[in-house]
Ligand binder design. Structure first.
Ligand code: NAD
Ligand code: DAU
Length: 332
């Protein structure tokens, strides 16, 4: 049994991880979350109070973080600003939460000699050609494109430096695009599902040929728990489930699963600097730790995600109007 500190545990992936830990281990969890526009206490509803406690605060608050790190056996660090489109309009907060936040945590785990797992993204590697067979591996050079991905790359570099120079016991994982329940409606898949539910048309950036490598959020969580428990400190592990799909294919599948005509979407302004393609080679995670995805059927996962949004309007409706107003301002 470990006492875990999970930063960003009220966000999409962090809350799924907390649920996963409660169901699949006997660890106890303290969640530290600033409850930004992306954090929801409701995403943690129903979890046992004797195993999960919630602390409202900023991961860049050094005093608060030092106290919490001193009180746990390991930290899993999800807290971050996570949306590319927001980072293109207002990057400052990304530097604060993603870079200064990670630095603050690293200083605390260094002082207390506490195990850390840092959650990162495949976007640190930049993008791949649309029609190449190439995939990202742990040795691919960093080449981030957006303010979001460059701050995540910066945070990974800090973790690597603190491992090498100060002997911090940390692992890093870089995962591909997650989907599933409790994802904010600003993100691609929930935006299109909730548009259809609201009688609006899905919005595809540019020509929609860009490719993302989709993984169910449950598979991300099981991989993170495996790395935390059995990964080698100082190592990076890529997480992916061979789910490459173009954005146009995803929109057409959402429309088909929701009983709408295949062409019932709008093409809107493209994202500046839009990455073409991401693809993960997860051989290291599979061979070294024996991890396997359990939710690999994308169509089935998408259908159950659509059902979740259909039945959880109270969770997503309060964010929908502001999100669409944000996009409308930018022709998206
Ligand atoms: P999210 O935006 O849904 O959640 C982020 C959470 O972090 C929110 O609860 C928010 O309140 C909290 N937070 C933000 N700034 C904070 C701060 N300064 N102090 C404390 N809490 C703060 O994001 P997500 O999609 O759940 O992503 C979580 C992590 O996983 C991020 O580090 C992201 O880079 C990484 N990741 C996400 C994906 C994906 O597809 N969603 C894929 C790979 C990696
Ligand atoms: O690859 C991992 C990353 O995946 C994570 O690090 C990020 O936190 C997460 O947000 C996600 O980044 P993307 O930028 O790939 O995800 P997003 O959901 O914003 O967009 C997915 C694709 O869909 C991208 O090519 C842009 C496109 N898109 C997005 C929206 C919101 C559209 O075509 N229309 C839309 O309305």
């Amino acid at each position: 049994m470990m006492r875990l500190l999970v930063t960003g545990g009220a966000g999409f992936v962090g809350a799924n991880f907390v649920r996963h830990v409660i169901e699949h281990s006997d660890h106890e969890v303290a969640v530290l979350d600033a409850l930004t526009y992306a954090g929801h206490r409701a995403s943690l509803a129903g979890l046992p109070a004797d195993r999960v406690r919630f602390v409202h605060g900023d991961v860049a608050d050094a005093r608060l973080v030092d106290g919490l790190v001193g009180d746990c056996d390991a930290v899993v660090h999800f807290a971050a600003e996570s949306h590319n489109d927001r980072s293109l309009r207002d990057p400052r907060i990304f530097l604060h939460s993603n870079v200064v936040g990670t630095f603050t945590l690293l200083e605390a785990v260094r002082r207390h000699n506490t195990r850390l797992h840092h959650i990162s993204t495949d976007e640190v590697y930049g993008d791949l050609e649309l029609d190449s067979p190439e995939r990202f591996t742990e040795t691919t050079a960093y080449n981030p494109s957006s303010p979001y991905s460059s701050t995540k790359a910066g945070s990974d570099m800090l973790v690597r430096a603190w491992c090498r120079s100060f002997g911090v016991r940390a692992t890093i994982s870089n995962c591909s695009n997650n989907y599933g329940p409790y994802q904010h409606v600003e993100k691609f898949i929930p935006r299109q599902i909730t548009n259809v539910l609201r009688g609006l048309r899905p919005k595809l950036y540019g020509g929609g040929r860009n490719v993302r490598d989709w993984i169910h959020v449950e598979d991300h969580s099981s991989a993170v728990l495996a790395i935390l428990e059995t990964g080698r400190p100082g190592q990076t592990y890529l997480i992916g489930a061979d789910g490459e799909c173009s954005n146009r294919e995803v929109v057409e599948l959402v429309l088909a699963l929701m009983g709408r005509p295949a062409q019932a979407y709008d093409q809107v302004a493209d994202r500046p600097g839009h990455d073409q393609r991401y693809a993960i080679d997860a051989t290291k995670l599979r061979t070294e730790l024996g991890w396997r995805p359990r939710f690999g059927d994308f169509e089935r996962g998408l259908a159950s995600t659509i059902d979740w949004y259909r039945t959880h309007e109270a969770w997503w409706a309060p964010s929908k109007e502001d999100t669409e107003a944000f996009y409308a301002k930018h022709g998206q």
